[in-house]
Design a protein around this ligand. Sequence first.
Ligand code: ACO
Length: 384
Amino acid sequence: MEYVPGLQGIPATQSKISFLDGQQGILTYRGYPIVELAKHSTFEEAAWVLINGELPNAEQLACFDAELRANRRVKYNVRDIMKILPIDGHPMEALQTCVASLGMFYPGQERMTANGISADSEFVEQMIVKILASMATLVAMWEHIRRGDDPVQPRTDLTYAENFLYMMNEREPDPVESRIMDACLVLHAEHTINASTFAALVCGSTLAPPNLVVASAIGTLAGPLHGGANQRVLNMLDEIGSVEKVSDWLDQRLASKQVVWGFGHREYKVKDPRADILQGLLEDLRVHRKGYLSPLYDIACELERCAEQRLAPKGIYPNVDFYSGLLYEALGIPRDQFTPIFAISRTAGWLAHWKEQISHNRIFRPTQVYDGAPVRAYSPMAAR
Ligand code: ACO
């Protein structure tokens, strides 16, 4: 038996949900190119595609959208849970805590094995909508509660992206901001069997309730090698300080064997197609704001240019986390909320994989290569 660190190249599941070609920079959801979805779909439509496998017709989309809108409010007691959390705790921890608690407010675990072994499909659909709809509310609620303010109640007359920005910033976004938010949510919604989706699958395969499946995935997404890289990118751009300092900074960074946040990917050996689209959205925003964009964007572009000579030969290019934070900051979102926004969006993919997993479930139970001590005699305390 050969142990492969990080399971590189080992298929851990079979799935119809998304596909990526890391040599050509292609990503599709259910066969539809991400470029098309980011341009033409709302997050609601992309989530439907992921969860149900086909583009919805007008009636299906309207029905799904109406259910999401109707489920935006969360139980009042979740607010009380948030109130006792430390205000300087990371929002990913607050989010995980609250998502983990949702099953206590919306019980139904017994319906996971309704017919002896398979889950009750009505419960599966209800929980997908409840969890997906709640995510944006939870992230925005924590933003206000940690500031000592009352949360802004969700509205049902706004799209998912509009309502999220409204709840965060207490003002309705303009159409360009909403379109950018929507595209960001579409782009982050799914990405084959990445670390957090794998965590969701493992948890889901035990037939644990779906809120705990999502809580497992949130914990996994939080790490800096995965979704947690996006907030670190902005701190890194701040640390670099100016366009002129980029080249020397990069040399020192690589000489000290530190990673450049927002670069590199296990699967992509070219620039992540999502990074290209996000960069395009930044350019759109620059036009919309009459030429103004954060000076950090110029530093980021220069870093990408310098890295072309030093990292690209090893197949290391900007990933999805490199440009996303610049967009979120431009939309008025605090840096430590970037990864929770990623989680809002990725919940669509996690739940699509959960639904697929439990439709033909077998518990994950891999094996290991043991290289510890052989069987040996126990030594009593007095003899040690
Ligand atoms: N900066 C500098 N060098 C890098 C980077 C980087 N960002 N990424 C990889 N490398 C180098 C490694 O040092 C290693 O070099 P070596 O062969 O000389 O030792 C080589 O490239 C291979 O790197 P691994 O870490 O083995 O690649 P792996 O596939 O295991 O890791 C990962 C991928 C974790 C994404 C890595 O590229 C990384 O740490 N990137 C920075 C963190 C980041 O941006 N994460 C977000 C990824 S996207 C997402 O999860 C949503």
